[in-house]
Design a protein around this ligand. Structure first.
Ligand code: M6R
Length: 572
């Protein structure tokens, strides 16, 4: 996934200024990081981003890595250089044909296992006979895959930046420019930004910039709009030990903020979205991970008010759904940058489909690709686990459904979530006892089925315990074979009575039942105080979030940054 930065200024700045910006991109990957400056600093480290040797410079490029090609080693960390050491680059994305390109560079010495290094050598080779601008154009023509790249060249006053697939933006400061994977990197420097579109290339100096777009085989100059960005502020951990628990505790407040905004300033956009939904013959949600689970609830609520809707996981969207001009695609994404979702949306407008989205990060790529977009107002979410953003996605989807027929009340949600917080001690104790297990099962029916899947995902990613979340009715079709004496099964009570029968089948085989929302007839229980489906579903989800948090705490795991993951998945 990775985050990249390039900065060029009139006055000298400190290398650690760039490191501070890089820290804000850490959610994109945190395996290793590195920096190179025009005054000779070249430092790479494995692990968390931390201060580097102080070095005054006028140009710097920097990178935080989520490894794709090559293990987590210093050699594989970015920046990467060509053989001469004159060309230094940082890259986010994947060069799919890097082996093919590498074959064309037999005399070059490669020192890493990355796909990225090929870019530096490719540019070295090409610049033997042509200017860098043409070398980059050639690269953009020859390369397959996704990339946002910043290039720094010894003795050259320009930084060169180009992108396809992966996001890139330019911040305009008083005495210079900063290029970054996202605008939050420069949130303390400027509110003036330019977003790179597909296949754009910029030449950036301290005082100027030029943008070009590759169309066919030629680079064409383009004029770019400068956007004035409204910052919502960067979140602090305050008195909490982890962002995850802080973000869970914010849920009642962010739900209220969202409802207020949907009733007022976002109401006209909601009406636009409702109109698109009414005009469309079919509505299809596209999302990944936790956001996909939210869309399953969206489908449930819309179908209940007579609106046909479907949900498809983004990475398989093209294989499992036919889109035409009567389709409305609704992308649901916290970050607005998930590559699988972006890929699913590509070319859909050409087929005549309309695109709507629910997004948490303003100005994100998916928001900019949409005909209409609603902000879910969860505020910045830093923990890799999606918690408050999930709650607000679901509230927003229920709100939309209620615009067709008033079946859901969104007003009770925050009160029900507060009831869950009042049982924190009990949840902690149950979590402690779950921490020693290798497998946990979660079952639910109807509107609680998506929550079963969501709880299992949380348990896997944060507490490193194998978990399966499934429809209660599916258990007997295979998974029941895995239930042994003491196997914990979280049973999401509510909705249909059949879930009790499913739980009893588990109990009969020695399984340990933990009722989520019940009253303890079959085993331990955590109560839910909710009168409607939306509040019940979200209460169960919050119980799952707290259980996960306390299991991980008991196991001493790195809760906010679980191994192998990143907050934003910008690869396919
Ligand atoms: O930013 P998005 O909502 O598009 O992200 C989708 C998934 O990557 C994300 O929900 C992921 O599953 C979370 N880490 C789960 O907690």
């Amino acid at each position: 996934m990775c985050g990249i930065i390039g900065m060029v200024c009139k006055e000298k700045f400190e290398s650690n200024d760039v490191i501070k910006m890089l820290k804000r991109l850490e959610y994109r990957g945190y395996d290793s990081f590195g920096i190179a400056t025009d005054s000779g600093l070249f430092e790479k480290e494995i692990g968390e981003i931390k201060a580097v040797q102080n070095n005054f410079c006028k140009q710097a490029i920097s990178h935080t890595r989520w490894s794709t090609h090559g293990r987590v080693t210093k050699a594989n960390a970015h920046p990467h250089k060509d053989c001469t050491g004159n060309i230094t680059i940082v890259h986010n994305g994947i060069i799919e044909n890097y082996l093919e390109l590498k074959k064309q560079l037999p005399k070059h010495v490669f020192v890493s296992e990355t796909d990225t290094e090929v870019i530096a050598h490719y540019l070295e080779e090409k610049t033997r006979t042509k200017p860098i601008r043409d070398a980059i154009t050639d690269f953009m023509k020859d390369a397959q895959g996704t990339f946002s790249v910043v290039v720094m060249i010894k003795g050259d006053e320009n930084l060169y930046a180009f992108k396809r697939g992966s996001p890139l933006s330019l911040g305009l400061m008083k005495d210079g420019h900063v290029i970054a994977s996202d605008i939050y990197a420069f949130s303390d420097k400027t509110d003036k930004a330019i977003f790179f579109n597909e296949d754009e290339f910029a030449i950036v100096t301290e005082k100027d910039y030029e943008f070009y777009r590759l169309i066919g085989n030629t680079l064409n100059p383009v004029t770019k709009d400068i956007i004035t960005v409204k910052w919502s502020g960067c979140e602090e951990k305050k008195n909490f030990n982890h962002y995850m628990i802080k973000e869970i505790y914010e849920e009642p407040a962010v739900v209220e903020r969202l409802i207020n905004s949907l009733n007022t300033e976002q109401n006209s956009d909601l009406e636009k979205m409702k109109k698109l939904m009414t005009e469309a013959k079919r509505i299809v949600f596209v999302a990944s991970g936790t956001s996909y689970h939210a869309t399953l609830l969206g489908v449930y609520f819309l179908n209940k008010v007579g609106v046909e809707a479907h949900a498809i996981i983004a990475s398989e969207f093209r294989n499992f759904y036919l889109v035409d001009k009567e389709t409305l695609i609704v992308a649901v994404t916290q970050s607005g940058e998930t590559m699988d979702v972006i890929e699913a949306l590509h070319g859909m407008k050409d087929k005549g489909a309309k695109i709507a989205s629910l997004v948490n990060v303003p100005y994100s790529t998916i928001q900019r690709m949409s005909n209409v977009s609603i902000n879910i107002e969860a505020g910045q979410e830093i923990c890799v686990a999606a918690t408050k953003s999930f709650v607000n996605q679901v509230v927003c989807l229920a709100y939309l459904a209620s615009m067709f027929e008033k079946k859901n009340s969104v007003e009770q949600v925050s009160k029900s979530i507060k009831h869950i917080f009042s049982q924190e001690e009990k949840i902690k104790q149950i979590a402690k006892s779950l921490a020693k297990h290798d497998d946990i099962y979660v079952i639910g029916r109807g509107f609680l089925y998506p929550i079963a899947r969501e709880i299992a995902l949380k348990i896997k990613e944060i507490s490193y315990i194998h978990a399966e979340g499934m429809m209660g009715g599916e258990l007997k079709h295979g998974t029941l074979a895995l239930i042994e004496e003491g196997t914990p099964v979280l049973v999401l009570m509510g909705g249909k009575n059949e879930i009790v029968s499913n739980a009893m089948e588990v109990k009969a085989r020695g399984g340990r039942i933990i009722e989520i929302g019940g009253n303890g007839v079959m085993g331990e229980f955590i109560s839910i105080d909710a009168e409607d489906k939306l509040s019940s579903a979200l209460s169960a989800a919050v119980i799952g979030q707290l259980l996960t948090y306390y299991i991980a705490l008991e196991k001493g795991l790195p809760i906010d940054k679980p191994r192998n993951l990143a907050k934003v998945c910008t690869t396919k």
